[in-house]
Design a protein around this ligand. Structure first.
Ligand code: GLY
Ligand code: MN
Ligand code: MN
Length: 556
């Protein structure tokens, strides 16, 4: 990474973020002869001691000059803009008369002056309609157009949206060349106010005006605020300060609890808004699945190399990851590439083991596309291109469970939790058949609430919502998520598995050290039918064998 020359002082909204100044670059300042020993340099500034940047005025004038003009053309309106506008209208309608604050979140420090790659808070991406990299420290504000409780005509807008962000600075500014977090020479050309307005269709304003905008007309008998409190601690602190100053919050426990409740209701509503995807979102999820298929193809092509490598699982992980970066923003979650007994560790993400002939490898991986929607797919792959008989036996049981779950989804009146129940019926029956349930316990006994013995071999759930987050809609109320009827636009996984650890003495010897999960992504179409978004990714044992054998043969 390129050395940086300025401090990575964490920006807060209320306090203008400092850019480099000569005072922060002491080593190149000539010390006056009369000066006594300088005070020790604060630790936080020492991160800049790796290089020297000129600060003389001639240099400043020189670096600000001689650049070509900026392009005149504004970007076209993003396809997502109209959809995001509809989402904001639906959210706003739940909170008429209130100011809603939804931050994109800050850059997160990895260590010293190195940040993680920025990924906006998902609720912000959903409501702003923006994807990759947009835009650290931005804040979306739904500004009330009415008073609370106002009676509105149908379709009458409740809010105007304003998007606050830090537009690019001029080439004459220090930020241009001296700010490693935001400067153009460090992170590229950042957008102007006009460009973002053109792209999003949202009125934009400079982030420095946010504190005043949040405080405007705030008060007990005027405007109340709600903030998506988890997204950006600096913005949450700013809202707290505004509430205190406006008499909306005091130090009593009751007052604090009531503010928290307001904010939690906003997080809940924004999460529930994502339960039913619009057509644009479904298209993005299909694109994520298609890119994931391409990633699995490359991963399979890398199996021969993985088998010859001391950390073959990493070879597989890397092959998928390369495709994820080429085709999308990256991964929707850390890839699991688990060979043999490692597949019995549900969150096996260190992927540092070998891939041995005769084994299966369980791969759980998803590409997150540039709009930040992710796929979530698991395939369990025989690395030699053929399942052994015991491997196939487990695989078929899991596949039958998945098929039962999908068939249930096609049944009118199916609730989300029924997907899991349908899969469990199949697995419990198969485990009974294999003599694995406790003495005298039938599958029916095991399925009862006070049984559940079959869950020893599948401790996770069968389904979760999928979208911008791999476990999407996590703040939705239970009755809106797990207990809901399946509704058009819902996208979820079906992912039963069986996990037989090598040290599990209750598992028949020939099945020990094996695990199978099959995970597909399903959408409920407008007519109520479920459909696999993952239909193009082989999942039946014969298809998987042909897929693996075909791609490996083509490579050799
Ligand atoms: N990859 C995470 C999950 O399947 O839920
Ligand atoms: Mn999943
Ligand atoms: Mn998964």
């Amino acid at each position: 990474m390129t050395n940086q020359t300025t401090p990575s002082t964490k920006q807060t909204i209320a306090t203008p973020r400092p850019v480099a100044s000569s005072a922060q670059n002491g080593p190149q300042e000539a010390a006056p002869a009369t000066q006594t020993a300088p005070a020790p340099q604060p630790l936080a500034q020492r991160v800049n001691n790796r290089s020297h940047r000129p600060t003389n005025q001639a240099f400043r004038d020189f670096i600000a000059s001689g650049w070509g003009p900026r392009p005149d053309a504004l970007p076209e309106r993003a396809e997502s803009a109209q959809w995001a506008q509809q989402r904001r209208a639906r959210l706003g309608a739940l909170f008429p008369g209130e100011r809603l604050v939804i931050p994109a979140g800050p850059l997160v420090t990895r260590n010293n002056d190195c940040d993680y790659r920025f990924r906006p808070f998902s609720a912000f991406a959903h409501l702003a309609g923006t994807g990759t990299d947009f835009e650290p420290d931005a804040v979306l504000v739904l500004e009330p157009l009415t008073v609370p409780g106002a009676v509105l005509a149908a379709g009458e807008p409740t809010h105007e949206t304003v998007l606050y962000f830090r537009p690019r600075a001029s080439r004459g500014s220090e930020e241009f060349y001296a700010d490693p977090r935001y400067g153009e020479l460090w992170v590229g050309v950042r957008p102007s106010i006009e460009e973002v307005e053109s792209l999003t269709g949202i009125r934009c304003a400079h982030i420095d005006t946010l504190p005043d905008a949040l405080a405007k007309d705030a008060g007990p008998d005027a405007v109340h605020l709600r903030v998506m409190a988890q997204a950006d601690p600096a913005v949450t602190a700013l809202v707290t300060a505004v509430r205190q100053a406006a008499g909306l919050l005091d130090a009593t426990e009751e007052s604090q609890a009531s503010a928290t409740a307001l904010d939690e209701a906003l997080a809940e509503a924004a999460s529930e808004l994502r339960l039913r995807k619009d057509q644009w979102e479904v298209d993005q999820l299909q694109a994520a699945v298609d890119a994931t298929k391409a990633g699995f193809d490359d991963l399979i092509r890398s199996i021969p190399r993985a088998k010859g490598h001391w950390r073959g699982e990493r070879v597989l992980e890397g092959a998928f990851g390369a495709k994820a970066r080429e085709e999308g923003n990256g991964l929707g979650y850390e890839t699991i590439a688990a060979a043999g007994n490692h597949a019995n560790t549900l969150h096996w993400i260190c992927n540092d083991g070998p891939v041995r002939p005769g084994e299966m490898v369980l791969v759980d991986a998803g590409v997150e596309v540039d709009s930040l929607y992710t796929a979530d797919v698991t395939r369990t792959i025989p690395v030699d291109g053929r399942f052994t008989e015991p491997q196939r036996r487990i695989y078929q049981a899991v596949l039958d469970a998945a098929d039962a779950s999908f068939a249930k989804a096609a049944t009118p009146g199916c609730r989300f939790r029924d997907l899991h129940a349908a899969a469990m019926e199949v697995l419990a029956a198969r485990l009974e058949e294999w003599g694995m349930l406790p003495q005298g316990v039938t599958a029916a006994d095991s399925l009862a609430a006070d049984g559940q013995f079959h869950r020893r071999w599948m401790v996770h759930g069968t389904s979760h919502h999928l979208g911008l987050d791999v476990h999407d809609c996590a703040q939705a109320r239970r009755e809106m998520s797990m207990d809901t009827l399946l509704l058009p636009g819902m996208v979820f996984t079906i992912e039963p598995g069986l996990y037989f650890r090598e040290d599990d003495l209750l598992v028949p010897q020939e099945l020990r050290g094996m695990a199978v999960r099959v995970e597909d992504d399903v959408v409920i179409r407008p007519d109520g039918r479920p459909e696999y978004l993952t239909a193009g990714i082989p999942r039946r044992p014969d298809e998987v064998e042909a897929w693996v054998s075909g791609l490996i043969a083509a490579e050799s």
